[in-house]
Write a protein of this length. Structure first.
Length: 377
């Protein structure tokens, strides 16, 4: 369970003391308004805004966004008015909280032919201030982490809405870390038996292959050190939802998925990305048709990396992603990685950059044949 101090510890790594005071003030105000309220779990209601704000601090959002995260339920769940909130914290924070409240009132439908309309509503909400949807994603992330306390029918409904509405938006904004968490948690409640089977099996296989993963990492590090390339190498299992999607799409069993673990190599420059690719392909035979250059041709959500699959040690297929530190930051946090730091505080995303992101999203939606294309891209 997170606390105000956890938020402050995260935020002080990139925000000045003056900004931290605003966050503390927002916490005090929210805690007072929610003091007599409890969650379905029985825990104090304030724990939810704290968790939401902590996620925003992890994303390195500005003090206004974090403060709005702490206050995001006060207009809906307490007697405070927009005017009172604006007077206490200013128009910027009041508008963010109001935007999150309005998204919460959107009536989504699960009918496939109406999904495009759901996206239109969300995109309109985003167009005014992208931080509104980032707060909403952080809010939804904590809500789905605590779904066990909801009735079973409501659990599945919330999980489906998350998978159909919120994860595609997180994907379009390039926020892979939140997207993957939302997908796996939704999957857990939509197909609990499949989820538990995959979780147990993948954990067992990873435990069995732990030595192999470490060996591959050491081989890669030595290879690149021999070429005077500094790098970070990690190997981690793929997310359960994406494994299940691959099984369903290709009609295969878990035993037929040979690349459960993806290796990631992070280097200093684009030039080194391509050098590393050449070194890897010289060491291990690449699998035909499995190379993707998302550096030269980024995904619509600005994601960049080189992807390749090779026949590694012991004849096993291994998937490798190669990217720079900046590409990694954008791959993990998406549009949230583009907030500008200037003159002692976080400045909002430059207007032209913000609208470039939204233009990409809107154009892709327009070009998609239907909402399903948009969801799955």
């Amino acid at each position: 369970m997170k606390t105000l101090n956890d938020i402050i510890e995260k935020a002080k790594s990139y925000l000045p003391n003056q900004s931290l005071e605003l966050i503390k003030k927002a916490y005090d105000y929210s805690a007072e308004l929610h003091k007599d309220q409890v969650r379905l779990s029985g825990e104090p209601y304030i724990n939810h805004p704290i968790e939401t704000a902590y996620t925003l601090a992890e994303l390195k959002m500005d003090e206004y966004c974090i403060s709005a995260g702490l206050l995001h339920d006060v207009l809906e769940d307490t007697l405070v008015s927009y005017e009172e909130l604006s007077k206490e914290f200013g128009e910027e924070i009041a508008q963010l909280v109001d935007g999150v409240t309005k998204i919460g009132k959107i009536q989504f439908t699960s009918k496939a032919d109406r999904r495009a309309e759901n996206y239109r509503k969300m995109l309109i909400a985003m167009a005014k201030d992208i931080r509104v949807i980032i707060i909403k994603l952080a809010d939804r992330l904590h809500n789905i982490k605590t779904l066990d306390f909801q009735p079973p029918d409501k659990r599945e409904a919330i999980a489906r809405e998350t998978l159909e509405i919120y994860t595609p938006i997180a994907n379009r904004l390039g926020m892979a870390k939140i997207k993957s968490e939302l997908e796996d948690l939704s999957f857990k409640y939509i197909k609990p038996e499949v989820y538990e089977y995959l979780r147990a099996e993948v954990d067992k296989r990873i435990a069995q292959r732990g030595d192999y993963v470490e060996r591959v990492k050491e081989i890669i590090k030595k290879l690149l050190a021999d070429h005077n390339i500094q790098c970070e190498v990690s190997g981690r299992p793929k997310h359960l939802y994406s494994i299940n999607q691959k099984m369903e799409r290709q009609k295969i069993s878990l035993d037929q998925i040979y690349d459960l673990i993806a290796f990631r190599i992070i280097v200093k420059s684009i030039k080194e990305c391509y050098e590393v690719l050449g070194i890897i392909h010289s060491q291990w035979k690449p699998v035909p048709g499995r190379f993707k250059d998302y550096i030269a041709v980024p995904k619509p959500n600005m994601y960049q990396s080189l992807h390749t699959t090779v026949i590694g040690p012991e004849g096993e297929r291994i998937e490798i992603q190669i990217r720079t530190e900046e590409m990694h930051r954008i791959a993990e946090f998406g549009i949230a990685a583009h907030w500008k730091y200037k003159e002692g505080r976080v400045r909002a995303l430059k207007e032209e950059e913000r609208f470039a992101w939204l233009r990409q999203i809107l154009e892709y939606q327009k070009e998609s044949k239907d909402a399903k294309d948009f969801i799955e891209s």
